[in-house]
Design a protein around this ligand. Structure first.
Ligand code: BES
Ligand code: MN
Ligand code: MN
Length: 472
């Protein structure tokens, strides 16, 4: 390890608590991107990041997104040229400062935007955004700060993009990337910390993310809610009809019944199958961790749980509404019924094609007298990163040196749509170095980030920055 890195690691160690204090400050800002009520908070979180960067000698600015009719949340953009003699890769660091809504609030043990540090058991910080993604962004920003404070400079060429709309579908980011393509194409590789470790003892590089297609369908029937005694059995009930149609989407053997859905799916390779098996996952234990018995191990027939999560597409209803949702009983035929539905996709499926095919399929099944209102809530490409690039080698070495553990290669069932866009719009590969644990309650009440994982991420980024500075 380069001498400078060792000194920077020591510096980070001695200022560890101050760094956690800064993370607490960022977590206090309720930057919920999907809810217009938190607009100002989103901007405040972005501004906070600019100030943090400036204290490390990196100048940044807020870039507006969207249109005047539909303004988005700002992107934090920063650039640091690095030393004139720098020959390593120009890194594009991406993260997101927005968070998911905190509700249901009553299930939190402490308020979501009053970060709480718990010392019993595994020390951890509990707050909305602790691990997704503010805590993981801060591992990198604090690594930069430690380099700056110890050496007076940042030793690499670096561009930083922090998005404020990741949790609501990154609707303005592709346009942003297109508008800045000339600047961003100068980068050599992207670096993202928004995924997980294999387990508390085993760091990981994620090399496959699933894609996503998210839609909503509303079935309209009568132009008013009706008394179900007067009208029931005489006219279509949109809730009955919608659930009958959606019921047909789930075929036998846990497969999606959309025609052609599997046509473009790349089969799990024998080598991957063997490597994933060697990770030694205990499926029964996984199920137990979320309160399910062994017989709940259901899904597409012929694939293990890990294969189903990392390499097979799925279709899920994420919300269903209509009719009377209040307490007690009310006899009503609702005038409409709606469903939110998403598909997780794998290489080489095309999200736009899946969305089209769902809409065609629904139209062909329009219940008599009813009408569909169909909405596309956005999508993201699935993506797979090459596992033997020189950047990947540096990343794996850094993880090993910083944690003392051999990292493993893993897939991820979740989606980070921008990673596909980096590839298709900018031609860039992404290194996904994540430090979340499976039980961090991402998107749920009592989200946490273990300080031990944060520390591994901080150290890994310090070492990686040193290696890039020494490269070439
Ligand atoms: N950080 C997550 C992705 C993730 C989830 C990685 C679980 C590892 C484990 C990201 O912020 C996220 O929530 N993505 C959304 C994408 C959607 C909002 C477009 C997802 O996967 O649902
Ligand atoms: Mn995230
Ligand atoms: Mn998320």
């Amino acid at each position: 390890m380069a001498d400078a890195s060792a000194a920077v690691l020591n510096r980070a160690q001695s200022s560890f608590d101050a760094g956690i204090g800064r993370l607490v400050d960022l977590l206090r800002i309720p930057s919920v991107s999907t809810d217009p009520e938190y607009r100002d908070a989103c901007r405040a979180a972005a501004q906070w990041c600019i100030e943090h960067l400036s204290e490390s000698g990196i100048s940044g600015e807020l870039h507006e997104t969207g249109t005047s009719d539909a303004p988005g949340h700002p992107v934090v953009y920063a650039h640091h040229p690095g030393p004139a003699s720098y020959h390593g890769p120009h890194v594009l660091f991406y993260g997101h400062y927005d968070v998911q809504p905190a509700d249901p609030l009553e299930l939190w043990d402490s308020p979501p935007f009053e970060p709480t540090i718990i010392r019993e058991g595994e020390p951890r910080i509990v707050a909305r955004g602790a691990v997704d993604d503010k805590g993981q962004v801060m591992m990198f920003l604090e690594a930069l700060r430690a380099w700056h404070d110890e050496t007076g400079d940042i030793p690499i060429r670096l561009t930083i993009l922090l998005e404020g709309e990741e949790e609501c579908g990154s609707v303005n980011l592709d346009q942003y990337l297109k508008d800045h393509v000339d600047t961003l194409r100068a980068c050599d590789v992207c670096l993202v910390s928004d995924t997980g470790m294999w387990n508390r003892e085993t760091p990981a590089v994620t090399y496959a993310l699933r894609g996503l297609s998210y839609c909503e369908a509303i079935l309209h029937g009568p132009d008013q809610d009706l008394h179900s005694g007067m009208w029931g059995g005489s006219v279509p009930n949109p809730l009955n009809e919608l659930t009958k149609v959606f019921g047909q989407l789930f075929g036998p053997d846990g497969r999606c019944a959309l025609p052609g859905f599997y046509d473009d799916v790349r089969e799990v390779g024998e080598q991957e199958r063997t490597q994933w098996k060697s990770l030694g996952i205990d499926e029964t234990k996984q199920l137990a961790s979320i309160g399910l018995p062994p017989e709940a191990n259901v899904g597409e027939a012929g694939y293990s749980m890990i294969e189903r999560q990392w390499a097979r597409p799925t279709c899920d209803i994420n919300g269903l509404y209509g009719g009377y949702m209040g307490k007690g009983a009310k006899t009503v035929i609702p005038s409409f019924a709606g469903a939110k539905i998403s598909f997780r996709l794998v290489a080489d499926q095309d999200p736009a094609k899946v969305t089209r095919s769902l809409f065609d399929w629904l139209k062909a099944r329009t219940p008599p007298g009813c009408r569909w209102e169909l909405m596309d809530h956005g999508s993201g490409l699935p993506c797979t990163v090459s596992t033997d690039s020189p950047h990947m080698v540096l990343a794996k070495e850094s993880l090993h040196e910083a944690t003392g553990k051999e990292p493993v290669l893993i897939g991820c069932g979740g989606s980070i749509p921008v990673v596909g866009s980096f590839k298709t719009l900018l031609g860039l590969d992404t290194l996904l170095l994540g430090f979340a644990l499976d039980d961090d309650r991402v998107h749920s009440p009592n989200e946490k980030f273990e300080l031990g994982c944060y520390e591994m991420g901080l150290r890994t980024h310090i070492v990686l920055i040193g290696k890039m500075a020494a490269a070439g």
